[in-house]
Design a protein around this ligand. Structure first.
Ligand code: FAD
Length: 383
């Protein structure tokens, strides 16, 4: 039997996060966005609520929940604001998950409790200035010398990499060549390590309260023990992290798509034109109906991908489908919502303008829409 309902625990979590997003995030996030400021106090509150530890075992300071719990949380946050949601998504799914999945007991005990508490953020450095989609083309290198990795190279667009509470970044680097093929490994680089520097924040179209930086490594030395998991398994590691991450990004995108519906329902019942509420016009009703249908179907897609993942079944194709349709839904809904708001939709004080600016990156980050289509067609056996 197919049961699409959330169980009691997940529904209770959803309600708690919904309240937090409405009561704590919504009233202040517009100002943070205007100032392009990282919302430390909201992140601290999310840490105290246990959100950064949602899918991790209690022995590492986590909440002992599952990946669905994270996704539901991202959806509710994304309904109000994407910067806060992506800070959590990148902190958990990209920053902490590689440590949790591949780290030694010592590495987990060193980093995870503080990350779960929201006191430290981890970042994931895969993309390079020379290209992100073709991640196997990594040019950053790490060579072993006197019991230390010596890292050289750079990474681009890395989320959560330069905040005051960033504790580490895990980076992929070429650690050798085997049978003519690059051997890629993942290495933990703590913030402040000599030779490791972060650029100033990029000026971005959206996600303006989220921290995004370029990273440089110039003869940056870390202990050999900072290798994450097995040497040479870096490529496989990041592929599996990104598969899961796509479901998380899909849930965030569904949140944005639903947030557009929320805003438009309210506005269509208030705004008048030609003597009637604009909601009386079928053109507006149909737009909102289309928006709801997109959010709804994208939600089903990510629920299904998450449930396959949790059952231990192959889920890569479903994760790509969820990411593709949810990011499309977010873009389409943001465009329609801004249209429904008319001129006010173009004013920064209205949340739909943030939704409009925040939607585009969802078609790019953690694998572009083209990359999702490549993955889906590969699974279908095309070419
Ligand atoms: C705000 C932000 C935050 C990010 N956070 C992180 C992070 O925390 N960690 C991290 O590692 N990365 C991060 N990224 C990087 C992101 O994942 C990459 O931008 C993305 O994977 C695309 O890579 P690219 O920008 O190099 O584009 P490219 O790979 O250069 O692609 C350019 C265009 O070509 C298309 N293309 C490429 N190859 C093909 C092909 N074979 N067939 C058809 N079309 C193709 C792409 O779809 C795209 O449209 C972030 C990016 C942004 C903007």
């Amino acid at each position: 039997m197919i049961d699409f309902r959330l169980d009691e625990e997940h529904e209770a979590l959803r309600k708690t996060v919904e309240e937090f997003a409405h009561q704590e995030v919504a009233p202040v996030i517009g100002d943070y966005y205007e100032r392009e400021e990282f919302p430390y106090d909201l992140v601290a509150q999310m840490g105290r609520m246990g959100l950064f530890g949602l899918p991790f075992a209690e022995e590492y300071g986590g909440m002992g929940g599952d990946f669905t719990a994270l996704c539901i949380t991202l959806e509710e946050l994304g309904r109000i604001d994407s910067s806060v949601a992506i800070t959590l998504e990148a902190g958990v799914s990209l920053g902490a998950m590689p440590l949790y999945r591949f780290g030694t007991e010592e590495q987990k005990r060193e980093w995870l409790p503080k990350i779960c508490a929201g006191e430290l953020l981890g970042a994931f450095g895969l993309t390079e200035p020379g290209g992100g989609s073709d991640a196997g083309a990594t040019a950053t290198t790490a060579r072993l010398e006197d019991g230390e990795w010596v890292i050289n190279g750079s990474k681009a667009f890395i989320t959560n990499a330069g905040t005051d509470i960033t504790g580490l970044v895990t980076v992929t680097a070429v650690t050798g060549v085997t049978d003519g093929r690059k051997e890629i490994s993942t290495i933990i680089v703590p913030t402040g390590t000599p030779g490791f520097s972060v650029s100033k924040k990029y000026s971005k179209v959206g996600w303006n309260c989220s921290d995004t930086r370029e990273l440089s490594f110039a003869d940056c030395r870390v202990p050999e023990a900072n290798l994450l998991g097995v040497r040479g398994r870096g490529y496989a590691q990041f592929l599996s992290i990104l598969d899961e991450g796509r479901i998380a990004i899909a849930s965030l995108a569904v949140g944005l798509a639903q947030g557009c519906v929320d805003e438009c329902l309210r506005y269509a019942g208030e705004r008048e034109a030609f003597g009637h509420k604009i909601g009386a016009y079928q053109a507006i009703q149909f737009k909102i109906a289309d928006m709801e249908a997109r959010a709804h179907t994208a939600r089903l897609a990510y629920y299904q991908a998450a449930s396959k993942m949790l059952r231990g079944e192959p889920f890569k194709k479903e994760a790509s489908i969820a990411k593709l349709v949810a990011s499309n839904a977010a873009m389409d809904n943001a465009r329609d919502a801004t249209q429904i708001f008319g001129g006010y939709g173009f004013m920064n004080e209205f949340p739909v303008s943030r939704f409009y600016r925040d939607a585009k990156i969802l078609e790019i980050g953690e694998g572009t829409s083209e990359v999702q289509k490549m993955l889906i067609s590969r699974h279908l056996g095309v070419a």
